[in-house]
Every structure is written in structure tokens, then in C-alpha cells.
Ligand binder design. Structure first.
Ligand code: SAM
Length: 281
């Protein structure tokens, strides 16, 4: 490989660079090349990116940037892209995927800055490929909300989607999310892909109930991708309508509960409204 001193500088613009999600061997040749030739790196955490640069034997100015960075900082960074090659990285994986960068890319695009992407590791895709769940159609939905009601609402909003669902999750919240999936998306295959590309990588697929039993006995450590298989052919009839209505009735009027469950399951709203009234009694 060329030495840093002999590499040609890059043309000015924004370079979106994916970095590893655990195993440092997963950095691409192109990512190393861009990080070696850029004028500076915009990153979430300068300590995390500093370690990666050190591992690669590279030294570049590191500029802290995340989606909480102010409008003025963003504008300054975009302005600098007129004359400098700026690499955007996140702490791990693909920037913008549940990570900062969306506003920066939108602003750079608006300013007609040349932008290119250097793809690489992404935990959602790594988890999907490992899970054995159908992958012809999938929907990535980021992190589930922390609060029970909001989490249930998001899951019931996704119930009718004919695709594998992918979420990012943390160890302490895993069993709560699995319980919500058991209630809201009954009968689905579920996968927990943990510590991908790292020493203790594991992927477990089963029913939500089986996974709850396992992870209650073995509290999970590390980073997690949680996947839910699509509704099966026979599944529309498998919705636990009463459970969905009861959940919704905890906070909503029967008419609203019926509308929500109708949207999630594709079932008739009037029939659901009648059932909601019965359950309320
Ligand atoms: N941008 C990253 C990507 O492309 O995957 C994701 C960043 S998001 C802030 C971090 C979350 O991604 C973690 O909480 C976890 O859910 C998931 N994740 C990241 N690395 C992982 C790994 N090695 N194994 C499993 N999940 C991982």
C-alpha cells in the first residue's frame, strides 16, 4: 500500500465512510484510502475515532460532529467542503443508520457539495444475513421506544407489514421488547443477533416466548440486533385481537382503539369497535 506521504489528496467534498461494528478487520480498503487522503474526519466521538485512526496508523484532524451540533457548526463544516475533503464516520458501522449524519448530508446536498459513500459494515444487515429469517423484504425501524406504551404502539403499527422487521436493541431492554413482541406480534419467528463480528457473536432464533425464557436465565451482554419474521400465510387470523384491543384500551377510547387495531391488522373497524365495547364492559 502507498505511504501516507505519497498518496494523492482527495478532491473536495463529503465522503461518508463506514467503519467496523466490532471486528477491525472489517474496514474496507477504500475506507482506509479515503481516511488516509482526506483533510479531516467529522466524527461522533473523537476518542473512538482516534483509536481507529491509530490502529490504521493514520493521523488527521478530527472534528466532533453529531446531530445535536448546532446549525452554525453544520454550516461551517459544509462550507469547508468547498475546499476540503471531509470524511464522515460514526462510532461504528454505517453513518446515518441510527447514527448522526442525516442533517449534514441534507445540508451538503442542498449546498451542491460533491458527496460520495464508502459502504461497509452495518449491524442491521449483518444480523439479517445471519438470522435465517426471510430477507427478500425487510424493514429497518431503528431503536424501539423505551416507554411501554410507545413501544407497543410502534409494534402494532408495524404488525401488518409483510416483511422481516429489524430493530436495534440493548441488553437491559431485550426481554421487555420480546414480551411486547409476544403480545403484539404473536406467532412470529424472532431472532436475537448479538455481538456481531466479535468474539462472542451469537444468533438465536425461536419464538418470543422461548427467547424470553433463555435471556431471563442468561441476561444478555453487548450489542443486539432484534429481528421479527414476517406474518406467515395463515397469520392474519392469528392476531390476538383481544390482546391488541386490551392494550389499546388502556389509554384510548374504544373508537380510537378499534381504529388503531384495524390499521395494524387489516380487520374490519366496526367489528373491532363492537368488540372493544364488549371488552370495556
Ligand atoms: N451505524 C451503526 C450500524 O451501521 O449498524 C449502528 C449504530 S447504533 C447507534 C448502535 C446499535 O447498533 C447497537 O445498540 C446495536 O443495536 C447495533 N449494533 C452495533 N454493532 C453491533 C454488533 N456488533 N452486534 C450487534 N448489534 C450491533
Amino acid at each position: 500500500m502507498e505511504s501516507e506521504a505519497t498518496r494523492q489528496p482527495l478532491s473536495a467534498g463529503l465522503y461518508i465512510v463506514a467503519t467496523p461494528i466490532g471486528n477491525l478487520g472489517d474496514i474496507t480498503l477504500r475506507a482506509i484510502d479515503i481516511l488516509a487522503r482526506c483533510d479531516g474526519v467529522a466524527c461522533e466521538d473523537t476518542r473512538v475515532t482516534g483509536k481507529l485512526m491509530k490502529h490504521l496508523g493514520l493521523s488527521k484532524p478530527l472534528w466532533r460532529y453529531d446531530d445535536h451540533s448546532g446549525e452554525r457548526d453544520r454550516a461551517r463544516l459544509v462550507e469547508s467542503m468547498a475546499t476540503r475533503a471531509v470524511a464522515l464516520v460514526s462510532d461504528a458501522g454505517t453513518p446515518l443508520v441510527s447514527d448522526p449524519g442525516f442533517r449534514l448530508v441534507a445540508a451538503a446536498r442542498e449546498a451542491a457539495v460533491p458527496i460520495t459513500t464508502i459502504p461497509g459494515a452495518c449491524a442491521a444487515i449483518a444480523g439479517l444475513t445471519l438470522s435465517g429469517l426471510p430477507n427478500d423484504r425487510f424493514l429497518f425501524a431503528g431503536f424501539l421506544p423505551v416507554k411501554d406504551k410507545a413501544r407497543g404502539d410502534v409494534l402494532s403499527g408495524l404488525a401488518a407489514i409483510d416483511a422481516t422487521l429489524i430493530f436495534y436493541e440493548t441488553g437491559p431492554r431485550l426481554t421487555k421488547s420480546l414480551s411486547a413482541i409476544e403480545r403484539t406480534l404473536p406467532g412470529r419467528a424472532v431472532s436475537v443477533a448479538r455481538e456481531l463480528t466479535k468474539l462472542h457473536e451469537e444468533c438465536r432464533t425461536g419464538s418470543a416466548e422461548e427467547l424470553i425464557a433463555h435471556y431471563e436465565a442468561h441476561p444478555p451482554k453487548g450489542e443486539i440486533v432484534l429481528l421479527v419474521g414476517p406474518p406467515g400465510e395463515s397469520e392474519p387470523g392469528d392476531f390476538d385481537i383481544d390482546a391488541l384491543l386490551r392494550d389499546a384500551l388502556e389509554t384510548e377510547k374504544p373508537s380510537q382503539a378499534a381504529a388503531r387495531v384495524a390499521k395494524a391488522t387489516g380487520q374490519d373497524r366496526k367489528t373491532l369497535y363492537a368488540r372493544a365495547l364488549e371488552l370495556r364492559r
